[in-house]
Structure formats: structure tokens, C-alpha cells
Design a protein around this ligand. Structure first.
Ligand SMILES: CC(C)(COP(=O)(O)OP(=O)(O)OC[C@H]1O[C@@H](n2cnc3c(N)ncnc32)[C@H](O)[C@@H]1OP(=O)(O)O)[C@@H](O)C(=O)NCCC(=O)NCCS
Length: 249
């Protein structure tokens, strides 16, 4: 029987953050943890940087899933939803749902035992506010675009990335990827108050089922998490991955 070394208590959501540079020296060990199909996928990356980051992220994911489920990292089987969302098999999950996101130098891994989870981290890239407004008009809902357009230029950057990460966390909690058009739901863009899901015309009942939170992110990044069917107010426990600290210790 599998024995786990890390436990998620009722009401908790565990979020692990990883700085790629802290793990890249361990890539030979992490690479060994990947399944055959993941290793084949890694080989297909054209850019060395993308290959290394994919390998490190999957290796660390497997370490975490091993700690929480008790199954050896290499033996964990991941299955994929219609739009590519990875998940544990029913026989290995022990109730654990997870999602991960990576951008630039950082990755986030979120794990929950109550309902689905979606997480997103984005590096804030140096666009002009005029360019951001053009992107917002093209990709965000009318409600979101007009809220961002009404802000002073100095506030557009944070509002744009708050909106982006909240929207990505939302589509990831549903496992939909870009099959759910980004204009088909609205989130709040205000960075000074708790994020809210404002409208979900594609699925009206979802307003009651899915909630959003911003996550603390490294300087120059923004991050958000979405939880679906999570009873009560979650306690977010934040951990930093290190090759010297095993989850659960
Ligand atoms: C597929 C998608 C989830 C990728 O999102 P992303 O922001 O590029 O990448 P992230 O790092 O946040 O997430 C990728 C991880 O999510 C997971 N994932 C993949 N498909 C997923 C899906 N359908 N649902 C949830 N999670 C998914 C995987 O673990 C993946 O990691 P991997 O590449 O190591 O396998 C999808 O949302 C997408 O392509 N978004 C495009 C972003 C965009 O154009 N946004 C416009 C502004 S809002």
C-alpha cells in the first residue's frame, strides 16, 4: 500500500513555487523520473531552455505527486483531458487534484483534495500600455476591456496581468484551454480587492461553483488560482521547492 509523506488537511490548498535555476543542476535526477512519453516530448522541444524547463517542471511535479500519494515518482501515471489537462488516474490519485503553470524563471504547482484547481503564473513583460490595451480589446471580455481602459496608464500593467492570470486560472480549472473563448466570461481586474468571477454566460451556474484568488508571486510576476466546488474558505499553504527539502518534512 502506498504511504504518503505529505498530507493536505481538509480546507487546505498547497501551493509549491519553484525557481528553475534552483533545480536545473538536478536535471539528470529529475529527468529519470519522467515517463517514456514525457521524455519523448522533452526531446521534441527545439529550444534547450524549453526542454530543460519542461523536464524540471515534470520532474518536480512527479516528486510532489509522489510525496502526496505515496507512489514512486517514476510509476505515477498521468492521464490527459480532451484539451490536454494532466491528472492522476483514479487508482493513484487518493483524492488529489493538481495543476501547474510556468512562466519565465518560475513555476507554481497547486494541489487540492476538494474539487478542481487551476493555477497560472505570468512574467510581466514590458509592453507599452497602448499595446496592452490592444491585447485586452482583442482577448478579454468587453467588461474587462472597459474596466482596464478606464484606468490611468500607470495602473494598466498590473490590471492587465491580474486579468490575464485570473482568466487563465479559470480556464485551467475547467481543463478547457483555449476551447473556452476568453471573451466568454469576465473577471474583476481591480488589483486592490479580492478577485471575483463576474460573469460566466457560457455556464451561468458556474458563478456559484468557481472562485478566484490572487497568489503571492515573485517580483515581476503575477499569479492567480481558481478552485471549483471547494467548500468553505481555503487555507492556502505556500511552500518553496528546494532539492534539500522534501515535501512533507
Ligand atoms: C493550454 C493552456 C493551459 C496553456 O496555458 P499557458 O499559460 O500557456 O501555460 P501554463 O504554464 O500556465 O500551463 C501549462 C501547464 O498546464 C497544464 N495544462 C495543459 N493543458 C491544460 C488544460 N487544458 N487545462 C488545465 N491545465 C492544462 C500542463 O501541466 C501544462 O504544463 P506542461 O506544458 O508542462 O505540460 C491554455 O490555457 C493556453 O494555451 N493559454 C494561452 C494563453 C493565452 O494566449 N492567453 C491570452 C491572454 S488571457
Amino acid at each position: 500500500m502506498a504511504t504518503s509523506s505529505a498530507t493536505i488537511q481538509t480546507g487546505e490548498v498547497h501551493v509549491w513555487s519553484l525557481r528553475f535555476s534552483d533545480a536545473e543542476s538536478d536535471i539528470a535526477n529529475l529527468s529519470q523520473l519522467l515517463s517514456d512519453d514525457e521524455q519523448a516530448r522533452a526531446v521534441r522541444f527545439i529550444s534547450d531552455c524549453d526542454r530543460i524547463r519542461f523536464t524540471v517542471a515534470r520532474g518536480v511535479l512527479r516528486q510532489l505527486l509522489s510525496a502526496y500519494t505515496g507512489h514512486p515518482a517514476r510509476s505515477i501515471q498521468l492521464i490527459y483531458g480532451r484539451h490536454g489537462r494532466p491528472a492522476l488516474t483514479a487508482s493513484q490519485a487518493h483524492g488529489i487534484n493538481f495543476n501547474l503553470s510556468h512562466s519565465g524563471e518560475h513555476a507554481l504547482f497547486a494541489l487540492s483534495r476538494e474539487g478542481d484547481v487551476g493555477v497560472d503564473i505570468e512574467r510581466i513583460r514590458p509592453y507599452s500600455s497602448a499595446y496592452r490595451l490592444r491585447l485586452a480589446k482583442r482577448f478579454f471580455s468587453e467588461l474587462e476591456f472597459s474596466a482596464i481602459q478606464g484606468l490611468s496608464a500607470s495602473k494598466v500593467e498590473q490590471a492587465f496581468f491580474a486579468c490575464w492570470t485570473r482568466k487563465e486560472a479559470y480556464i485551467k480549472v475547467h481543463g478547457r484551454g483555449l476551447s473556452l473563448p476568453l471573451s466568454q466570461f469576465s473577471v474583476s481586474v481591480n488589483t486592490m480587492s479580492a478577485p471575483q468571477l463576474l460573469a460566466t454566460p457560457w455556464c451561468p451556474s458556474d458563478l456559484k461553483l468557481t472562485r478566484l484568488w490572487d497568489l503571492a508571486a515573485p517580483r515581476g510576476y503575477r499569479a492567480a488560482i481558481a478552485l471549483k466546488t471547494f467548500a468553505g474558505d481555503p487555507e492556502f499553504r505556500l511552500f518553496e521547492w528546494s532539492d534539500k527539502v522534501s515535501p512533507g518534512l
